[in-house]
Design a protein around this ligand. Structure first.
Ligand code: SAH
Ligand code: MG
Length: 222
């Protein structure tokens, strides 16, 4: 079950970047962010890192800090209107992220403000759009896909079906918010994880909190 990540010079997250990441608003506990950084540093050697679910850029900081050494980019995709659970009346709604002019959530300004002082902007390409639409237009093999978008079954499944086939052999699929026990959280990312494992195309290389990293070892993504 546990094979090694691709060989890589030992690297650690610079303290300054860690401080920015931990101060950023969003949903990425520090140990999982560090694990994300390590995985991205390894798999950026295979190709670009694609993140589904930018929100305000917290996880993007960990990814961006990792890809520079390989001369790679983070492509972070979000329509910036929030997931179901970010809407008014839901558990993860943050009222100050609503754009009063249009009456809708808009996390893009916060994302820009979060990333600017980190000095990592040049490693990040932000795409504003729906994950499934962007996936249809994306043809470059992906070094690491990080799925952290909508947590409904429909959204998580669309992210997997749209993007997982684009992961290069030797690249990786990282999934956030994988909770085998329903008491810990929603089950959609866990179901995507089970599906990826059942396909035989992936081998698990890392488990940190709710973050799972699977290496692509074969064809037949089902
Ligand atoms: N990675 C972030 C958290 C992402 S929250 C962090 O570290 O804090 C999930 C994000 O997915 C939200 O910003 C939401 O707007 C986005 N999202 C949900 N469904 C989407 C879809 N179909 N296409 C693009 N983005 C989507
Ligand atoms: Mg998450």
């Amino acid at each position: 079950m546990t094979s090694a990540l691709p060989a890589e010079r030992p690297r650690s997250l610079p303290d300054e970047v860690r401080r920015y990441a931990e101060a950023a608003r969003g949903f990425m506990p520090p140990p999982e962010g560090e694990a994300l950084f390590a995985a991205a540093a390894a798999y950026a050697q295979v190709g670009p890192v694609v993140e589904i679910g930018t929100y305000c850029g917290k996880s993007t900081i960990y990814l961006a800090a990792a890809v520079g050494q390989a001369g790679q980019f983070v492509i972070t995709v979000d329509h910036h209107r929030g997931s179901e659970e970010n809407q008014p009346g839901w558990e993860y709604h943050e009222p100050d992220l609503v754009d009063p002019a249009v009456g809708l959530l808009d996390t893009l300004p916060s994302f820009r403000a979060t990333l600017a002082p980190t000095g990592l902007e040049q490693h990040v390409i932000a795409i504003i759009g729906r994950s499934a639409d962007v996936a249809r237009l994306w043809h470059e093999p992906v070094g690491m896909l990080f799925i952290d978008g909508g947590h409904s079954d429909a959204a998580a499944t669309a992210d997997y079906e749209g993007w997982a086939p684009k992961i290069a052999l030797g690249g990786a699929l990282a999934i956030h918010d994988v909770f085998p026990d329903p008491a810990d959280g929603g089950q959609a990312p866990y179901r995507v994880y089970l599906r990826a494992m059942a396909s035989g195309a992936f081998s698990e290389v890392r488990v940190t909190g709710s973050l799972r990293v699977l290496e692509r070892v074969g064809d037949g993504i089902g």
